[in-house]
Design a protein around this ligand. Structure first.
Ligand code: JFZ
Length: 436
């Protein structure tokens, strides 16, 4: 018996590196609540990404500690200047709802390691280290509840501050002042503790948006343990990670950065999974507040991004980097308001839909819901668009804004003639009612 046990243990030990490589929890079966949360997420379509932290006081976005080689001791002093007296969580929520967004994903801790919530395991957080002294995540969680919005937490696994984030990865930075040693598994314990805090101190949350594993992708991140911890604490909470790889077991959604699924600059292509999808993008070219980044995308670009995401069966997570005083700059607010105005007119072609049935085309894309297909024509110059056959008989075609649309369907496909009037400069939406 003893030898059998020893042999078994030996086999298990040999299997361990393989398990580490696999990273995820092979035995993961999402709960009923989790599957429902995924449906809610896919119906919601549009969310606000918020990159906010001590870095906002410098105004050079969230990588400034790394880019400007700021040692920890000096970076910490910036916390003394972080006093967001203009932060008003209800006002943020109002802005989000007016934009037609259904959820917020906020940085609870970015790569700088500074917690924007009241962490008990560390005093490197907003409550203990800033003159403001209040937990902004708590205020936002309460406001989201009042406003019917879901709240997700971005959490950086990469940490430029914690001494046990060692061995360090691609962004290894000598100037931080950390020693050349550290206990990796202690760091992972610390991370799990902070995640437990996020999952127990703020009521039901939407999920965790991980980032930073790409800093050293081959290390043992103990993902299965961390993911299980999250699912045990809140079965409905969705786990996703911006690792730019095939989703690992235990993940509930897949995200893409700065591009449509599979077309983002980080994907090597071809790894779009069957999980709910999300793509994130900035309004200018920065995630965190950048005082000199004036490269704002137009309302047209942003609306078309959202529509293309929907046509590709993905959500759109659009980012703002609030200022150090807690205000959101007018250039962002104006664009969000304009998107909301467009969405109020066109909401049924976006919310609750799924991508397709026709693959995205050069002129635009399609979404569908029940027996409706929404044809989104994004190129306003087109006189007509050709749809490949999608196996359904069209019973009626009309502009979503009102008015009949001429079309001709054959077994090869359908030609839709775009009316002269009723065209929309961002997206002309044609609703097709199709037979079952
Ligand atoms: C990451 C963050 O670094 C960035 O600050 C922001 O939060 C964004 C949403 O996510 O962006 C990345 C991710 C991966 C790499 C670089 C930036 N990478 O693989 O080099």
């Amino acid at each position: 018996m003893r030898t059998v046990m020893l042999a078994f243990i030996a086999v298990m030990l040999c299997a361990a590196p393989l398990a580490a490589q696999q990273q995820g929890d092979i035995g993961y079966t999402p709960s009923k609540e989790n599957l429902e949360a995924r449906e809610w997420f896919q119906d919601a379509k549009f969310g606000l990404f918020v990159h906010w932290g001590v870095y906002a006081t410098i105004g050079k976005a969230e990588w400034v500690m790394h880019n400007d080689k700021i040692p920890i001791a000096r970076y910490q002093q910036q916390a003394d200047r972080f006093n967001p007296v203009k932060f008003d969580a209800d006002e943020w929520c109002r802005m989000v709802k007016d934009a037609g967004m259904k959820y917020i994903t906020i940085t609870s801790k970015h790569h700088d390691g500074f917690a924007m919530f009241d962490s008990k395991i560390s005093d490197y957080d907003i409550v203990d280290r800033t003159p403001y002294g209040k937990d902004v995540i708590k205020q936002l969680a309460d406001a989201c509840k009042r406003n019917g919005l879901k709240l997700y937490f971005y959490y950086s696994q990469l940490d430029w501050h914690h001494p046990d984030y060692y061995p360090r990865g691609r962004t290894d930075i000598w100037y931080t002042g950390r020693g050349d040693n550290g206990d990796w598994y202690s760091y992972l314990d610390y991370m799990d503790t902070q995640l437990s805090e996020l999952l127990t101190q703020y009521g039901p949350i939407g999920g965790i948006w991980f980032d930073g594993m790409w800093d050293k992708p081959e290390d043992d991140w103990r993902l299965s343990r961390t993911y299980r911890l999250i699912h045990d604490l809140q079965p409905a909470a969705m786990v996703g990670s911006n690792h730019h790889r095939q989703p690992y077991p235990g993940e509930d959604f897949q995200m893409f950065e700065k591009g449509l699924p599979g077309k983002d600059p980080f994907s090597k292509g071809g790894h779009v999974s069957a999980l709910p999808l999300e793509t994130c993008e900035t309004i200018n070219n920065s995630w965190g507040y950048n005082a000199t980044d004036y490269n704002y995308k137009s309302v047209k670009d942003l609306i078309q991004y959202l529509v293309k995401a929907a046509g590709n069966n993905a959500n759109f997570l659009l980012n703002v980097g609030p200022k150090p005083d807690g205000a959101i700059q007018d250039e962002f607010k104006e664009r969000l308001a304009a998107m909301g105005a467009w969405l109020r007119e066109n909401n049924e072609s976006v919310y609750g839909t799924r991508g397709g049935p026709i693959a995205p085309q050069s002129w635009g894309c399609t979404t569908h819901k029940d027996n409706m297909v929404y044809v989104h024509v994004l190129s306003a110059e087109d006189q007509a668009v050709a749809l490949p056959d999608f196996g359904k008989k069209i019973k009626k075609a009309e502009l979503l804004s009102g008015g009949k649309v001429e079309y001709e369907q054959s077994d090869k496909g359908t030609v839709i003639v775009l009316p002269e009037t009723g065209r929309n400069e961002y997206d002309t939406v044609i609703r097709l009612t199709v037979a079952d």
